[in-house]
Design a protein around this ligand. Structure first.
Ligand code: ZN
Length: 444
């Protein structure tokens, strides 16, 4: 996108190809397809897994195959998540937009492209969130099974012990007391009985062993599911952080576009006071900008009342000559500029300072009566769109719209433009590239 921004020219009509290139179509498609597939497959697997685990007691073969299915399923998802993450990282390089250097058209293109990226990222984050929830459900199911199998082990151990004791005690009771005087004989007999008891309990013992094996598998499985869930959660959080960065970038682009709109609107008013109308291209740019910005969330009014910003008052303004009034801080420079141009045979004149009072009245009519509505609400939220007062360099007395021989300098050619291009910097003025007539202390 950076290349496209650099290459875009101010007056160029918007080409559809540019929009298509700027938006990477693979990201939203991938995310949408994946999320749809995941939603179906996931729940079915989780349900069958939970059901089989509850029913299955000591069937280690079916248990371990269930575990494999779970593991491979997560590998696929993690792979997908990783793919998405790489795609996001690549997209991050595109996000490095030099908004300050971008022209109006580029800013609006960048805004819509960024909006697309944010939407695709929201889909990715949504997918990751659902993957985490699913992994947690499986981990919980496995944990439940562990608890259940543990209870079975305890039960079987108790049964086994009871059986052994019953066998031994049952036989002992049958033994006449006097025989126990023969210690060796009694010990041998006890050993035999214990062996017998163990043999008769062989079913319990083997069941106990297989249940313990199943328990081990389940413990490992639960651990893996939890680890996978943690990985997914981490990926999701990273993507969310990226999303927040994008939102921030979008807010900055929107603020930049709002400033551009302020400039276009107030420039039109400034030129109108010179008796000059802007080209229809500029009006079209205004309209396009308002339309593009309509999709951008508007900033919420602050909870606390907005203080009235200080605007440049008439007390700070001085006459430089040739119909031009400027801020006292630059009046000497502009007086020299006009005199030097005259001496070179270049007849420059124009308009400089514009009183924000009229703009404040217009804002009150078009935007609302609160301090926020008058001074800070974006121009696009007013009806019709109206520039915020005090922000134009004209309202600060630090911008001049130049005429040459009484006509607005509309092109980068001719004696007026050529002289300014060669000399204006000496007097502290910079040109706004999209407007050959507009020169200010900061180029805006
Ligand atoms: Zn201007």
């Amino acid at each position: 996108m950076a290349l496209i921004l650099a290459g875009a020219s101010p007056g160029l009509a918007q080409e559809p190809e540019t929009t298509t290139e700027t938006t990477d179509p693979s990201i939203p498609t991938t995310a949408a397809t994946t999320s749809t597939t995941e939603a179906g497959g996931t729940e079915g697997t989780a349900t069958s897994e939970a059901t089989s685990s509850t029913a299955g007691t000591a069937d280690s073969s079916s248990t371990s195959s269930g575990g494999d299915t779970t593991a491979s399923e997560f590998s696929d998802e993690e792979l997908q998540a990783e793919k998405d993450r790489v795609a996001q990282a690549e997209a991050a390089n595109d996000r490095k937009i030099d908004a300050a250097g971008a022209d109006l058209r580029s800013v609006t293109n960048a805004l819509s492209a960024l909006q697309d990226k944010i939407e695709s990222q929201e889909a990715v984050v949504d997918l990751a969130s659902r993957q985490v929830a699913k992994a947690q459900a499986i981990a919980e199911a496995a944990t439940d099974e562990v608890a259940e199998l543990g209870a079975q082990v305890v039960d079987l151990e108790a049964k086994s012990r009871d059986q052994a004791i019953r066998s031994f005690m049952g036989n002992v009771v049958e033994v006449p007391y006097p025989l126990s005087k023969n210690d060796l004989n009694a010990a041998l007999r006890m050993q035999t009985l214990l062996n017998t008891a163990t043999k008769s309990d062989i079913d319990y013992i083997s069941e106990l062993v297989s249940v313990q094996e199943a328990l081990d598998v389940k413990v490992i499985q639960a651990g893996e599911a939890v680890a996978a869930a943690e990985d997914l959660r981490q990926t999701g959080e990273q993507e969310l952080a990226q999303l927040e960065q994008d939102r921030q970038a979008q807010a900055e682009l929107a603020a930049d576009a709002d400033e551009r709109l302020d400039h276009l609107l107030s420039e039109r008013a400034a030129l109108a006071s010179l008796g000059v109308e802007l080209e229809s291209q500029s009006a079209a740019d205004e309209a396009a900008l308002v339309q593009e910005l309509a999709a951008v969330p508007s900033p919420l009014p602050p909870a606390t009342p907005t203080p009235v910003p200080s605007t440049t008052g008439a007390a700070d303004i001085r006459v430089a000559g040739k119909g031009i009034e400027v801020h006292v801080s630059i009046v000497a420079d502009i007086q020299r500029l006009l005199a030097d141009a005259d001496a070179a045979g270049v007849n420059l004149a124009g308009g400089g300072y514009r009183d924000p009072a009229a703009q404040i009245r217009t804002r009150r009519n078009n935007c609302g009566t609160s301090n926020y509505a008058i001074y800070q609400m974006p121009a696009r939220q007013c009806s019709p769109p109206t520039a915020r007062p005090g922000r134009s360099m004209h309202e600060q007395g630090k911008a001049i719209d130049f005429t040459y021989n009484g006509r607005l300098i509309r092109s980068r050619s001719g004696p007026g433009w050529n002289w300014l291009k060669a000399n204006a910097a000496k007097y502290g003025l910079k040109n706004l590239p999209s407007e050959p007539w507009h020169w200010s202390t900061n180029g805006r």
